[in-house]
Design a protein around this ligand. Structure first.
Ligand SMILES: [Zn+2]
Length: 336
């Protein structure tokens, strides 16, 4: 047996543990689901969703959350774009993974490959399953739900929420005014003077789509009666870009998750091994995520005594950072 240096061995074990950690069930960031068995709204029903501001609003300074002096509401997007895959394992478990192309557009994705092969099948059931596992575009925000806000164990329940393109385009129109700028509501995720949104879920068998409407008046992220529960809320905002970097598997890891085995022979193209680049974590961002939500006076909210906060400027619509997975039929590799 050829040996391994202690450094190589340690590095390999460290990487293996990271992969295992990522593959372990329930490592995804807690989120609000719009569909599925944990959906926050029934088919045909309505739910109030309030997006949070961008996670850069607060910094951890000497162990305490403080307003980020550089933060300007609406200057940077409050969401990230991503591609996700859903499939069922042999034992019937619904599985979710981010498509590696979310992080690196050049990455090979074994599930995209499998989907494109299945969608060309002569069997209708296979074409249907191919459609099910194909990459779906989503837009991810930080959010709270309900009026008054739904809490978890008496604390603010701030989570991520992934919305489909049909919801995103309506949110975008609300924020930018669509083709009529005078209708723009600006940064609906502003913590002090943003807007609650009402999502209406389509009925089960109808042809209608999600509908999104905006509250007539701006409001703060939470009502003063819930101030205690919301103490330290900026520390609960998820750094969405960092989340995707951490949670997205490489093509090779995804192959194992999808097929339940290692790739064989020519199943792996060189691109598969180089899925997501090494995460680049800004020290500030990391500190912010680890910040324990400790009770503090809410210096993030405007002063009550008639002090005017400057109006937030409408954000310039930014295309999501995610890149669409190629749906071309000319891919090589993958299982035939
Ligand atoms: Zn994919």
């Amino acid at each position: 047996m050829a040996g391994l240096s202690a450094a190589v061995k340690a590095e390999m074990q460290k990487r293996a543990q990271e992969v295992k950690d990522r593959q372990a069930a329930g490592t995804f960031t807690k989120n609000f689901s719009l569909t599925g068995k944990n959906a926050i709204v029934e088919p045909g029903g309505e739910v109030i969703v309030r997006f949070g501001p961008r996670w850069t609003i607060a910094l951890l300074v000497n162990g305490k959350l403080a307003m980020n002096p550089e933060y300007k509401s609406g200057e940077e997007p409050i969401f990230v774009g991503a591609w996700e895959h859903w499939w069922d394992t042999a034992d019937g478990k619904t599985t979710h993974e981010w498509c590696p192309k979310t992080i690196n557009r050049e990455a090979e994705c074994p599930v995209c490959i499998a989907a494109s092969i299945l969608m060309k099948s002569a069997e209708e059931s296979e074409r249907k399953y191919g459609k099910r596992i194909a990459a779906k575009e989503v837009f991810i925000f930080n959010a709270v739900v309900g009026v008054p806000r739904k809490l978890a164990d008496g604390k603010a329940d701030l989570r991520t929420i992934s919305v489909p393109g049909t919801v995103y385009t309506q949110v975008s129109d609300i924020m930018t005014g669509g083709e009529t700028e005078s209708f723009a509501r600006g940064n609906v995720g502003d913590h002090a003077e943003g807007y609650d949104l009402k999502f209406t879920r389509p009925r089960k068998d109808g042809n209608d789509r999600w509908a999104v409407t905006c509250a007539p008046n701006p409001s703060p992220l939470y009502d003063a009666k819930q101030a205690q529960a919301f103490a330290g809320w900026p520390g609960m905002l998820v750094n969405l870009e960092e989340m995707l970097t951490k949670e997205t598997k490489t093509g090779l890891e995804l192959f194992k998750a999808y097929y339940g085995r290692d790739p064989e022979g020519d199943e792996v193209t060189p691109g598969l091994a180089s899925g997501a680049p090494a995460p680049e974590v800004e020290p500030e961002a990391e500190a912010q995520q680890e910040a324990a939500p400790e009770p503090i006076l809410d210096e993030f909210m405007p002063k009550p005594a008639g002090i005017q906060t400057p109006r937030s400027t409408p954000p310039v619509p930014t295309p999501p950072k995610a890149t669409p997975p190629a749906r071309s039929a000319s891919r090589t590799g993958g299982r035939r």
